[in-house]
Design a protein around this ligand. Structure first.
Ligand code: 26W
Length: 801
């Protein structure tokens, strides 16, 4: 039905009629979206079944990627792209008088993630399928994804997200493959064949029902699986009031926790974590048993990768099954488990490290807790042999200590591989955060620098740039992004640069138009588009960006001849609902926008735009339009960043600290093609360790800082009372934990270099071209190949098309 336009049009009209019993004339864009979505899913299904069957029959190792978040965004466009039927569909629709992009807009983002960690999982799925690797996602089908953000009087307001309201064409419910999961209750012991055995009894069961979504590879027949679990009442007697029981059950998959970095310690979160793990492992083992019978070689045929510590209960859960159901000895069960699990760490922020109070953990998961206790006891006994007499080292490494279960310790102890997500992050893990573990198990540690799928973030998001690259160097780079290097020579080709300029201009106009529609504000496409889009967090330092804008504003007000190239500052950021500091920064950005955008003296030379509800689909319009990529975290704090890579691939120039993957961006493209500033990670960590930083000195010695800080509290922003006082105080009274004042001067200096560079249009375009040419390393295909070869031991399996 997609082989040519004519067939497509006929099939589309037939399907529309059969689904809705309406004529084409009566149909709505939503009807068109659902019709097309269903056609595509049907088209996928033959290959999906074939891939599943190959997996069942073949003897190859399978990887299961367990993640509490998958931030997929929209799927229609990326599925069409990967299937290679985008053009037929777009042109067919056009002949029917329909506009594909309007239809695409109907699809709700699958926003089942907070930020970097969830989006990385989505990019990885795309790469796994595109590389023909047998790797599948396991997650939770949250009824509500990350909240929708609105601004009311400049303040963030959260609304429940409703992605399932009109159904989800990509999912297939499989009630016959449901799994029962037990919480609460108690552990009973009994004797069997003269051996003491345990079982979890009198618990409260809930049913996990899988919804499967196809993950379509690019130009290949491979269609992998993303299995998302939904919590439903189990058909068993319960002591509870039945309505209460139903509500409690469904709550487990109702909401995504909107917190990145803050471990809230809420019992429902722990329930979600065990729910994901028990359902996923239950179904993995069921299909493994069907094929192989015994689980003796499980670790040779299955790897379970845990995306951060959220699914770390996979370790005791697998132990439970091997011990209680398979009757294995502890040693054998441990051998299998610890060779099955691999673990990625995504942050060194201490407030993000999960630690569960045992008084919450034990009653909810009594058998799992018992197993964690034994893992801990055996681990500490081994340490005692290795480090006799070193009590405090052992105490620091224990999994259970001071009434807490330390999830990261469990992850390192129970897995065969531990990786960080950028070189510097892995080094910080090895030498600081996890030093004791690195000393004990040096071979487990390795680095896998993050990547992004260039299919979504370049081919799909930026067809204009894609065509230009294709016209210039052909299409080999689409399958092998290192070939983007061939663009290097064109960085000195003025005809190419001219076209690159055109592409950027067009993308800036598209974003400008979207901004005008959304906010009513008209922006100048000739201005520098200076963009910071990411979660709002103190360590990411949106505040530093704000202070630079305030500084420019002050200069322009004081001296009307102050000469800058016009700039449009664009922000997108959600704050965790309980993160009051971050919410004040949101209000600050909005207040600043009001002030700057409406001051006639500024005469349009500065504009500040804060786009509401930053999400994947909006990001796809932002990255292609950016000139400047703001990657300004306090060095050592941003594990990797992945937005930085999306900007680079779309030809934006980075202004950034030597943090996360910025360092590797510098290695790839060269320092001369970006704007580096600020403290290094080493300097920051030394300050933390040895003290010596006094923010007030920077306040007293730098008039620019003084003025900006005063403006937070002196009525410069009318109608906010003392709302920005906590920001002011965090910088002066609390000694500026994130070194905003310390890095201010060096940031302003780097921004002046940006301004000067942009004025030399050719020079700028050359740097932009260099960034694109050297971005190939950051494809998640490279990352996934490394995971497959160096951690998972996977081979690409299927025949190529
Ligand atoms: C316990 C609450 C919680 C929730 C989420 C703690 C920590 C997290 C994540 C680990 C936060 C996260 O998304 N980390 C980001 O992971 C990206 C992908 O590796 C990196 O690029 C970012 O630098 C890192 O902040």
């Amino acid at each position: 039905m997609f082989s040519n336009k004519e067939k497509f049009k006929a099939a589309f009209l037939r399907k529309l009629e059969s689904m809705y019993g309406k004529s084409f004339q009566e149909s709505t864009p939503r009807d068109h979206y659902h019709t097309l979505g269903n056609m595509v899913r049907e088209y996928i299904s033959a290959n999906w079944i074939a891939t599943n069957e190959r997996n069942r029959a073949a003897d190859e190792k399978q990887v299961y990627y367990l993640s509490i978040e998958f931030l997929l965004g929209r799927l229609l466009g990326s599925n069409l792209l990967n299937l290679g039927i985008q053009e037929v569909v777009e042109e067919g629709l056009k002949e029917l008088g329909l506009d594909f992009s309007a239809i695409e807009e109907i699809e709700a983002d699958a926003g089942l993630g907070n930020g970097g960690l969830g989006r990385l999982a989505a990019c990885f799925l795309d790469s796994l399928a595109s590389l023909d690797l047998p790797g599948h996602g396991c997650g939770i089908r949250y009824k509500h994804g990350l909240f929708d953000q609105k601004f009311v009087d400049g303040y963030q307001v959260e609304l429940p997200e409703q992605w399932l309201r009109h159904g989800n064409v990509w999912e297939v419910r499989k009630p016959d493959q449901a799994v029962e999961i037990n919480f609460w209750g108690k552990v009973e012991s009994y004797i069997e064949d003269g051996k003491e055995k345990f079982r979890h009894a009198k618990g409260e069961a809930i049913t996990a029902v899988p919804y499967d979504m196809p993950v379509v590879g690019y130009q290949t027949d491979t269609v992998n699986m993303l299995r998302l679990w939904s919590a439903e009442p189990a058909p068993f007697p319960t002591n509870k009031d039945i309505m209460q029981y139903k509500r409690d059950t469904e709550a487990v998959s109702e909401f995504l926790y909107p917190d990145d970095t803050h471990d809230e310690g809420k019992i429902l979160r722990l329930k979600q974590q065990y729910f994901l793990v028990a359902a996923s492992i239950g179904s993995i083992i069921r299909s493994y048993r069907k094929k192989n019978g015994s689980l003796i070689d499980f670790h040779k045929k299955v790897t379970i990768h845990i995306n951060d510590t959220h699914p770390v209960l996979a370790i005791p859960e697998l132990m439970r099954i091997l011990l209680d159901e398979e009757n294995m000895s502890w040693e054998q069960a441990w051998e299998i488990t610890s060779h099955t699990i691999s673990y990625t760490n995504h942050t060194t922020l201490s407030e993000a490290l999960e630690k569960w109070p045992t008084n919450i953990f034990q009653p909810l998961l009594p058998r799992i807790y018992m197993i964690v206790e034994e893992i801990n006891e055996r681990f500490c006994a081994d340490l005692w042999k290795k480090y006799p007499g070193q009590w405090s080292r052992i105490e620091d490494m224990a999994i259970l200590a001071h009434g807490l279960v330390k999830m990261a310790h469990l992850a390192v102890v129970g897995s065969f591989s531990v990786n960080g997500v950028a070189k510097i992050h892995t080094e910080i893990l090895k030498n600081r955060e996890m030093r004791l573990f690195y000393e004990a198990f040096p071979d487990k540690f390795n680095n896998k620098t993050n990547g992004i799928t260039h299919r979504r973030w370049l081919l799909k998001a930026n067809p204009q740039l894609t065509s230009l690259i294709q016209d210039t160097i052909g299409h080999g780079w689409m399958k092998d992004t290192t070939q983007l290097r061939q663009l290097d020579v064109y960085a000195n080709d003025s005809a190419f640069l001219e076209k690159l300029d055109q592409v950027k201009r067009e993308r800036k106009q598209i974003l400008g138009e979207r901004i005008r529609k959304q906010t009513g504000i008209v922006i100048d496409s000739d201005s520098i588009f200076d963009v910071q889009v990411k979660r709002l967090h103190a360590y990411k330092r949106q505040l530093l960006n704000v202070f630079h804008i305030m500084y420019l504003y002050n200069r322009l007000k004081e001296d009307s001849s102050f000469d800058i190239h016009p700039r449009t500052f664009i922000f997108g950021a959600k704050a965790s609902p309980g993160y009051y500091y971050a919410k004040r920064v949101i209000k600050l950005i909005n207040s600043l926008a009001d002030k700057v955008n409406n001051d006639p003296a500024i005469n349009g030379r500065l504009k500040v735009i804060f786009l509401e509800n930053y999400r994947v689909s909006l990001a796809e319009d932002i990255f292609p339009a950016a000139d400047v990529s703001e990657q300004i975290s306090t060095a050592s704090k941003e594990a990797s960043g992945t937005g930085n890579m999306k900007f680079m691939m779309n030809g934006a120039l980075t202004i950034g600290t030597l943090d996360g993957a910025n360092i590797e961006i510098k290695e790839e493209v060269g320092e001369e093609n970006m704007f580096i500033f600020g403290l290094t990670a080493e300097q920051v960590l030394n300050y933390y360790q040895n003290g010596g930083y006094r923010s007030s000195e920077y306040y007293h010695h730098d008039k620019r800082i003084q003025q900006v800080l005063e403006q937070l509290i002196n009525g410069f922003f009318p109608d906010v009372d003392d709302h920005f006082e906590p920001i002011h105080d965090s910088l002066l009274m609390q000694n500026d934990e994130y070194f905003v004042l310390k890095d201010f001067a060096s940031y302003i200096d780097a921004q002046e270099r940006v301004d000067a560079a942009y004025r030399n249009r050719n020079h700028w375009l050359r740097m932009s071209a260099k960034n694109i040419a050297h971005s190939g390393f950051f494809s998640s295909d490279r990352t996934i190949r490394q995971y497959a070869n160096e951690i998972w031991g996977l081979e690409p399996s299927y025949s190529k098309r």
